[in-house]
Design a protein around this ligand. Structure first.
Ligand code: FES
Length: 136
């Protein structure tokens, strides 16, 4: 496993992302509350540069017509189709496979309904002597 020093920790303030190159790949390194996470800059849906999307929260709802934002600053919204990905895990929170036909009805939690099938690729991040290091 190779190590890639890609930035000083001070170059990525909390709430920000820096897109770096390592091993021929573009990678978005995020600072969430002074912990660092990295996503490969390729959306698993159709290949957009997902790390160029806005850093946002995840909408959550207890009933139709109302919502609140949770996980503020922990999601990235893909700039092409707006799918949300959890920065810490790469988990998607959208599913575009909407169809109208015979529709079975079940009762599920809101979390089960919004968790997507896709997962953006994550890269382990460490900070060594204030330098951000990717290892993969
Ligand atoms: S390419 Fe990212 S949501 Fe479609």
């Amino acid at each position: 496993m190779a190590k890639y020093v890609v930035a000083l920790a001070s170059q990525i303030p909390p709430g920000q992302c820096k897109i770096v190159s390592a091993a021929g790949r573009e990678i978005g390194v995020y600072n969430i509350d002074n912990a660092f996470y990295a996503l490969v800059n390729r959306c698993p849906h159709e290949g957009a540069a997902v790390c160029r999307g806005d850093i946002v929260g995840r909408p959550d709802s207890d009933m139709p017509g109302t919502y609140r934002l949770i996980q503020r600053g922990e999601m990235v919204r893909c700039p092409w189709h707006g799918w949300l990905f959890e920065i810490k895990t790469g988990q998607s929170w959208c599913d575009s496979a909407t169809r109208a036909r015979s529709i079975p009805v079940v009762v599920e939690t809101g979390e089960a309904l919004t968790r997507g099938l896709f997962q953006a690729e994550t890269v382990p991040v460490t900070v060594e002597d204030r330098y951000i290091v990717l290892e993969f």
